[in-house]
Design a protein around this ligand. Structure first.
Ligand SMILES: Nc1ncnc2c1ncn2[C@@H]1O[C@H](COP(=O)(O)OP(=O)(O)OP(=O)(O)O)[C@@H](O)[C@H]1O
Ligand SMILES: [Mg+2]
Length: 398
């Protein structure tokens, strides 16, 4: 019989080789990730002006002309954003509005937290919002989708870790640009997991030394230092209820819980609610602008429909109207470490791609509406902010 460390050393080295082969097939490094361009019709829609109006202004020399390539006139997101600035159609919060800090969390693994949060971040960036994505998961799945190999491109001091350990004063120095204009990233790698040991150890020392150490609000304080630069900050949480998740949930002012409509996934989600209730009841009171369950990976089967009906009956408006259906296009994009928003030409049935794109967009539009409802300046358009404290929240969800 071999001892455990030998077995895992062997598995690790084989695994590293396997990842190298797989990455060579699927991975486009961040510096080679090129964002698609948009044709005049789509660009005009994104800008909020007619194609004629844009063309007239280009002809009159008021606006620089779009690039004309093999596919006709195309616009980059950078150009689209500067046209939005020119026409004053770029969306965003007013200075008096709070930056939306939106956590995607569920204790259950594989619930589509990363898929949903990365798509949401790109949707917001595409719409012109100033967006920051924070990978709070040491598995670093989102970091890879953004084109970084966490073992190779990300040093230990380039994640949230040095800020959580108070080695740096603000998370601002670990923010980097992505291939999406207007979308910044704080990446993750495995070393981030170290926070799960270091923070409790610091908390224990603080108790012995009779000092205050609010371990749960470190991220919140860090985001207070940088949130002014963004309309929305999206947090992708790990599938656990450790100190990083607690920090993320405590820092958030809005919360999406992705849940696939299967008995076991749902049962885990209920356990998650129970943990949240326990944990949050021990911390200073917390308010959320909105909290929503997002049904993910819906396979359209009768048994899933029945479960969704039950969830809707019991949880009412806590459940998002739109649903993420299981899709071959999402599965395929994810195995190429891409999102639907990054695909310019889908290799497969166009209808599959368009269907996936439709329900992803609808989910994200609904999230956008919920975010905008929390902005005072949008109140006239969208009605009053839902302001629940955790007790009300849990009571309504139980
Ligand atoms: N709508 C969908 N259609 C098809 N596959 C999907 C869909 N949503 C997610 N997946 C796939 O399910 C798997 C898990 O998704 P994802 O990584 O987003 O979950 P997660 O909750 O972030 O997982 P973890 O708990 O490990 O962080 C991935 O392989 C992803 O491609
Ligand atoms: Mg994930």
């Amino acid at each position: 019989m071999k001892n455990a460390s030998e077995i895992f050393e062997y598995l690790e080295s084989q695994g590293d080789q396997a990842m190298e082969i797989l990455r060579a097939q699927a991975f486009t490094p961040h510096n080679r990730k090129k964002l698609r361009q948009w044709g005049i019709t789509e660009a005009a829609e994104m800008i909020g002006r007619t194609t004629q109006h844009i063309r007239q202004q280009e002809k009159a020399g008021i606006l620089p002309s779009a690039e004309t390539g093999t596919k006709g006139r195309t616009y980059s997101l950078e150009q689209i954003n500067s046209l939005r600035n020119h026409f004053e159609t770029r969306p965003g919060r007013s200075s008096g509005d709070e930056t939306c800090i939106l956590a995607f969390a569920n204790f259950k693994g594989g619930a589509a937290k990363t898929t949903s949060s990365v798509h949401a971040s790109q949707y917001f960036a595409k719409a012109g919002y100033r967006t920051l994505f924070i990978d709070c998961d040491s598995q670093a799945s989102a970091t890879q989708i953004f084109g970084y190999n966490p073992d190779e491109h990300i040093a230990t001091n380039e994640t949230l870790l040095p800020y959580l350990l108070e080695d740096i004063e603000s998370p601002s120095s670990v923010i980097r640009k992505t291939n999406w204009p207007g979308l910044d990233l704080i990446p993750a790698n495995l070393a981030l997991y170290g926070a799960e040991f270091s923070l409790p150890a610091k908390a224990a020392t603080a108790i012995i030394e009779r000092k205050q150490y609010p371990f749960y609000s470190i991220l919140q304080e860090g985001l207070n230092k940088i949130k002014e630069n963004y309309d929305i900050i999206i947090l992708d949480c790990p599938p656990s209820m450790g100190v990083i998740s607690i920090n993320a949930i405590y820092a958030a002012n809005a919360f999406i819980i992705p849940v696939p409509p299967s008995m076991l996934d749902f049962a885990s989600t209920i356990q998650f609610f129970s943990m949240l209730k326990e944990v949050l009841s021990q911390l200073p009171e917390k308010k959320f602008g909105f909290v929503r369950l997002l049904i993910t990976k819906h396979d359209g089967h009768e048994s899933s429909n029945t479960l969704v009906d039950t969830i809707r009956t019991l949880f009412g408006s806590f459940v998002m109207q739109n649903v993420m259906y299981t899709s071959e296009a999402i599965r395929k994009a994810s195995s190429d470490l891409l999102t639907l928003y990054e695909i310019e030409k889908y290799q497969g049935a166009k209808s599959t791609y368009l269907r996936a794109m439709h329900f992803t967009d609808e989910v994200n539009k609904e999230i956008e509406r919920a975010v905008r409802k929390t902005w005072e300046s949008d109140q006239d358009r969208f009605g009053k902010t839902l302001n629940l404290n955790t007790d009300e929240l849990v009571a309504a969800g139980s």
